[in-house]
Design a protein around this ligand. Structure first.
Ligand code: NAD
Length: 358
């Protein structure tokens, strides 16, 4: 076995149908008494319900979270937190809402209690992002890692299949890259394999029967594992490329992950055979990249960049941007290879149809 470092920041996790009932207790457990509840405008109702449950422990609701944490929204939220003298934040929603909580914590150190309602996994990572002047910058800081995470699958029952599917594929992408990360370690690899297994099994059921609480529980369990993986180890070409495409061409986050993942896996296939074997085993298929592509098709998620708003004449520029700064990846990242990957993803080819592969 290769040597490794295991240095995992931990959060308290409360998991299960009905776990949301414990919100007030968990706020008190942190020694807090003035919680600012965060949400997107679409989830205002969830935020109001959280505030109602908190009663006198609620300091107010800020339901203005939007994708990629624009700095203006972050400033506004920080100001609201100051004005209402908040001593913690309750972030109820997906990665956008948790991201807003992180922006507040980054400046003030306020504790976050996350109540995730998608499968993005942000609640388990010390990674934050802020968008200023159209450019998203990310960083790592342990003080933005939520102190407590309440996973209640009942809150995900309203997540529509068209958001749930890609969101779950986003989580699988964390697991895939965790398996071949340069700082991978055996514990995190177990999480990654189990995360793929849980999500691979649950997602088809989630989109077929959105009210299936068992499938929702399985998917959320997989998302927890996936978020832990992303928080623990470095990322490779897949996440870098998705970041570039999302930021430069304003493509929807989870959908970009869904489309790029099988192609990033083809790119890395020969340089990370053990990871590919683990992924294939977890999905119960012969070929890992094809298994991921077929899963996306099975859940009705997009498989082509051309279908999610990517301009064809932007592929060259995307390849340039993605290869500007070197980063760790099993296979060295070169312009020609990335351009080929992007062209295949643009067309939405199944891995066995990509040129040069059997
Ligand atoms: P999101 O948070 O933007 O949510 C998408 C939409 O779904 C929103 O309108 C939201 O209100 C709605 N929604 C969420 N849960 C719902 C539910 N249960 N029922 C009905 N509607 C619901 O999407 P996301 O994919 O969770 O997050 C994407 C963002 O998170 C991106 O900005 C991405 O960069 C970031 N992210 C960060 C990390 C990290 O570690 N920092 C990890 C993953 C994603």
């Amino acid at each position: 076995m290769r040597g490794f470092v295991y240095d995992q920041p931990s959060a308290r996790v409360i998991f299960g149908a009905g776990a949301f009932d414990r919100l007030a207790e968990e706020v008190k457990r942190l020694g807090a008494s003035r919680a600012l509840v965060l949400a997107t405008p679409e989830q205002r109702k969830d935020a109001d319900e959280a505030a109602r449950r908190l009663g006198s422990l609620s300091a107010g609701v800020f339901a203005e979270a939007v994708m990629h944490v624009p700095i203006e929204t972050a400033r506004q939220a920080r100001e609201v937190a100051r004005r209402c003298d908040a001593d913690c934040c309750v972030a109820i929603g997906g990665g956008s809402t948790v991201g807003l909580g992180k922006a507040i914590a980054l400046e003030s150190g306020l504790a976050i209690i996350a109540v995730p309602t998608t499968y993005a996994g942000s609640e388990m990572t010390p990674i934050y992002g802020l968008t200023e002047g159209g450019v998203k910058k990310t960083g790592r800081d342990r003080k933005v890692l939520p102190k407590t995470v309440i996973y209640d699958p009942e809150l995900t029952l309203t997540l529509p299949p068209r958001i749930a599917g890609p969101s779950g594929m986003n989580a699988i992408a964390h697991c895939v890259e965790g398996l071949y990360a340069p700082d991978a370690n055996p514990i995190i690899s177990l999480f990654a394999a189990e995360g793929i297994r849980a999500l691979g099994r649950a997602l088809p059921a989630v989109v077929r029967e959105p009210g299936n609480i068992e499938a929702r529980s399985d998917a959320l369990y997989g998302a927890w594992l996936a978020g832990t993986v992303l928080g623990a180890v470095g990322i490779g070409i897949h996440h870098k490329l998705c970041h570039t495409l999302g930021g430069t061409f304003n493509l929807p986050h989870a959908e970009v992950h869904t489309v790029i993942l099988p192609h990033a896996m083809v790119f890395n296939r020969d340089a990370a055979p053990e990871a590919m074997r683990t992924i294939a085993d977890a999905l119960g298929v012969e070929n890992a990249a094809q298994g991921i592509y077929d899963l996306a098709v099975a859940i009705g998620a997009p498989v082509a960049l051309k279908d999610i708003g990517m301009p064809e004449d932007g592929l060259e520029r995307a390849a340039e941007l993605a290869t500007q700064n070197p980063y760790a990846n099993p296979r060295p990242v070169d312009h020609a290879g990335v351009l080929e990957l992007l062209r295949n993803a643009y067309a939405g080819l199944r891995p066995d149809q990509t040129p040069g592969l059997e």
